[in-house]
Ligand binder design. Structure first.
Ligand SMILES: [Zn+2]
Length: 419
């Protein structure tokens, strides 16, 4: 039977939206939602999430790093679990839906399954990851890394803007960081990880689609480029005799834009630039800018990084300026598992929506979870593709469609290997 939003699930969209609104109230002051890791707001949100989980027939607890985990038991005890989740934290002055959508929706779906008395040969665990954005301590994917067994203990000594080390913040928050090492989950007990998330881009809206299945989460390379020329008098040095660092940077930036427009799924951005000495009447002697290059395919990204660097070197040599490039961040992409993509897509089609596959240019917890299990993602259309902003917006209708897809996916879920 195909249940439509006007039938059995008439309240599904409004119910999800109401919970998202409720969660958004746990925010620091300012526009939109600001909920950082191991803060009072994180604690308040975690308590609300746990109460929803218990209402939906799950057991719920907070672990040693601050993740909230709810478990909906299988028909047998100790069965392996399908993990579904997203992050509870936000950027500064972010929106109500980034992360929260992927926590509220599965809990609401499990409430429906519980009310109908539906259990499966596999357990379902919903995880509200503690810190994906990394706003407070500048280190991302803390919660999913802990579960995937790749949590780096060294980050416990990093400090927030008040100088407080993470370990101390966690103790004050009420969890024991000494317990983080034991959170790593053995792969044998996990059947896969699925995340529902707003798209944070304009593709679905432009194609008039509510839902999309993610094929890969883009890897990224971030570099800092420093061009050193020769400062001089803006009035006395003839144009032909200049070694202007900023005009070299300008040519380099356009070259990056041109190269990164040349392959599908490849994007390149220069997001920050500064020039010195920075006076109106002085030829810039130095220009420093960042380069962010991403692609779903790691080989395409590496080739782009090499090509862009070579092209900037050529530009600098021709202009008589020096170039120094520092790679300060590099993460490989994460390919979503074809068997999970197929089952998510079958669920989208089953609820009467057209299938669509797309890449994620933004990072997600799946990048960490891929270390321990297969990963799948479902994207939901967001208004104007706007995210990390108070104007972030989705419709109740799309929320209902995403929940119906998730319900369908769970009910038809076939683990890759027999349980
Ligand atoms: Zn997110």
């Amino acid at each position: 039977m195909l249940e439509t939003a006007s039938g059995l699930y008439a309240n599904l969209g409004p119910d999800i939206m109401r919970r998202l609104d409720a969660l958004a109230l746990f925010s620091e002051d300012g526009d939109g939602v600001t909920r950082r890791f191991a803060t009072r707001e994180h604690r308040q949100a975690a308590e609300m999430i746990q109460s929803w989980m218990r209402d939906a027939g799950m057991t719920a607890h907070m672990d040693a790093v601050g993740n909230v985990i709810g478990r909906y038991e299988a028909t047998t005890i100790n069965a392996p679990a399908l993990l579904i989740g997203s992050h509870q934290d936000t950027v500064r002055e972010g929106g109500k839906y980034d992360g929260a959508m992927g926590i509220v929706t599965p809990i609401t779906c499990i409430g429906i399954l519980n009310n109908a008395g539906e259990r499966f040969p596999f357990a379902i665990e919903v995880i509200a990851f503690c810190d994906e954005e990394g706003v407070r301590f500048n280190s991302t994917l803390l919660g999913s890394r802990a579960i995937a067994g790749s949590f780096d203990k060294a980050v416990l000594t990093t400090t927030d803007s008040d100088g407080k080390p993470m370990a101390e913040a966690l103790r004050k928050f009420g969890v024991d960081p000494d317990g983080i090492a034991s959170l790593a989950r053995p792969a044998a007990g996990i059947l896969g990880f699925v995340e529902l998330h707003i798209e944070q881009g304009p593709v679905l809206e432009e194609e008039n689609l509510a839902l999309g299945v993610v094929t890969a989460i883009a890897g990224g390379t971030r570099m800092s480029a420093k061009i050193t020329g020769f400062a001089g008098h803006a009035g006395t040095v003839p144009m032909a005799r200049r070694n202007d660092a900023l005009t070299a940077a300008a040519e380099a930036i356009l070259a990056i834009e041109r190269y990164c427009s040349s392959a599908p799924g490849l994007v390149g951005t220069v997001g920050r630039i500064s020039a010195a000495p920075g006076a109106v009447n002085v030829i810039p002697g130095e220009a420093v800018f960042t380069i962010d290059i991403r692609a779903g395919d790691d080989a395409v990204r590496r080739q782009a990084v090499a090509a862009v660097r070579a092209e900037i070197e050529t530009i600098c040599a021709r202009r008589g300026v020096r170039l120094a490039v520092d790679v300060f961040h590099e993460s490989d992409g994460c390919q979503c598992a074809p068997w999970l993509m197929d089952q998510l897509e079958a669920a989208v089609i089953a609820i009467g929506q057209p299938p669509k596959r797309l890449m994620s240019g933004a990072g997600h917890d799946g990048m960490a979870m891929a270390r321990v299990t297969d990963v799948g993602m479902l994207f939901v259309r967001c208004k104007g593709g706007i995210s990390h902003h108070p104007a972030e917006s989705i419709t109740a209708g799309d929320a209902a469609l995403s929940a119906q897809t998730l319900l369908q996916f769970i009910r038809k879920f076939e683990p890759k290997n027999e349980i």
